[in-house]
Structure formats: structure tokens, C-alpha cells
Ligand binder design. Sequence first.
Ligand SMILES: Cc1cc2nc3c(=O)[nH]c(=O)nc-3n(C[C@H](O)[C@H](O)[C@H](O)COP(=O)(O)OP(=O)(O)OC[C@H]3O[C@@H](n4cnc5c(N)ncnc54)[C@H](O)[C@@H]3O)c2cc1C
Length: 233
Amino acid sequence: MVTMGQLTATLDPLGLTIPIVPELDDLTVGGLVMGTGIESSSHKYGLFQHICTSYELVLADGSSVSCSKDENPDLFYAVPWSYGTLGFLTSAEIKIIPAQRYVRLEYHPYHSLEDIVKAFETESRRPDNHFVECLMFAKDQAVVMTGTMENGCEPDKVNRHKLLFSDIVNRVLFGPHKEQQLNVISKWYKPWFFTHVRGFLKRGHGTEYIPLRDYYHRHTRPLFWEAEVRMLH
Ligand SMILES: Cc1cc2nc3c(=O)[nH]c(=O)nc-3n(C[C@H](O)[C@H](O)[C@H](O)COP(=O)(O)OP(=O)(O)OC[C@H]3O[C@@H](n4cnc5c(N)ncnc54)[C@H](O)[C@@H]3O)c2cc1C
């Protein structure tokens, strides 16, 4: 079935997206409906099944059946979390919403459990936050990230997908994150996303613009932190 990577590759150039894009490229619509999916926009849109409006399944007797909230509703509400036990999912209708080109991502580091919980709850309730995510690095060390979709970032930063001499000078003089900048995090030479985020614990608050598709798949390369764990053992 269609993967998240295929979906975003198709929808992104059209300026569209699905409201919830679980982060790993290879997760499939079938697996996310049957085993559920959650993402940093779930505080707004719920779980993956909540953005699906109908399913088509092949049942054990070989028959094909459609279901939605109006047609075979019992089956429609039983499909999520059923792990393939009710039938084989052959198609799903999923809501689509307009997308913008970049995510303006703010990194807020916290150093106490109380502050982390308070910030995460407050940010999750703010309607203007399209994305809210918290990465915990220890019981009392976390970075809460809040994001909004934007069509432009600072004009002089839009096409800077290459590291320019002026970038290097700025980084030497002012440090890497003292200005709002476009960060194309999917580039091979970029640090794994979770290590990049960890840096804000020392660096302090920061803001960056990330291309939308890079943001969606930010955890694909390191499989969150599994790649590091596997390399060390
Ligand atoms: C490293 C890692 C990171 C993860 N991160 C996230 C995350 O950030 N957000 C999140 O929401 N989830 C995450 N998950 C969980 C993941 O979303 C679920 O495990 C999801 O079900 C996997 O989807 P899949 O396409 O790989 O499905 P599979 O693992 O292949 O299948 C999952 C279940 O669905 C059934 N199934 C799959 N396709 C169909 C079909 N067409 N018809 C009927 N049954 C079917 C399978 O039989 C199985 O029971 C993560 C998992 C891992 C391993």
C-alpha cells in the first residue's frame, strides 16, 4: 500500500498534504490504519484513522466491502487497531488539506520536568501551533518544538541550500543558531535530527525554517535515535 514517503512526494508539489504524516517514509496507509499512527499535528487532528473517511476491504470469504460512517458503520469503526484481523485493506479515502512550503520551527529547551510538562501542555492547546513535539533527553532535559506552516521564509535565505562562505563567516562570528535560517535537514551532511535538537539544550531557544517535506520525514534517517544506539553496540 502507499507509503508516507510516496504520499508526501506526490502531494508536496501540488501544495497539499494529509493532516497527519507519521514521520518514517516507509510507514504505509494500511499499517497506520490497522495499527494506528500519531504525529506532531495530532493535537489538532487526532490519530491517523480520524483523517480517514472510508475504507475498502477484502474479507476472508473473498468479498469486497466498502465502509464509512454512513455505510457499514460498524465495520468502519472496528477497522482501526484491528491489525488485519477483519480483512485486507485495499483502499482508504483520506482528507487532504492545503500545505505551505516551510515549517517555521521554534526550539524551546527546558531543564525541569515540571516546566517540560507545562510547556508541552500549553503549546498543545495553542490553536496557532500546527506542530508540537517534545524530545526528552533525560528526565529533566527536553526540547519542546512548535511549528507553523509558512509559504516564505526570510527572502535572502530561501535558495541557500548550499553552505555559502557568508554562512561560514556568520557561524564563526555569531554561532550557528543566532539567526533564523533555512535548514534543509535531509541533506546527507546534516546531523541526525535528534542530535541537532539536543544541541538546543546548551544553545538556548532558536528558530529555523525547514522545507515541509524535510520536516515530515525528519526522523527517517536516524530512525529517531535507533541508528545511534545500533552503531554504538
Ligand atoms: C522505529 C519506529 C518508529 C515509529 N514511529 C512512529 C511514529 O512516529 N508515529 C506513529 O504513529 N507510529 C510510529 N511507529 C509505529 C508504526 O506507525 C506502526 O507500527 C504502524 O502500524 C507501522 O506501519 P507499517 O506500514 O510498517 O505496518 P506493518 O508493521 O507492516 O503492519 C502493522 C499492522 O497492520 C497490519 N496491516 C498492514 N497493512 C495492512 C493492510 N493493507 N490490510 C490489513 N492489515 C494490514 C499488519 O498485519 C500489522 O498487524 C513507529 C514504529 C517503529 C518501528
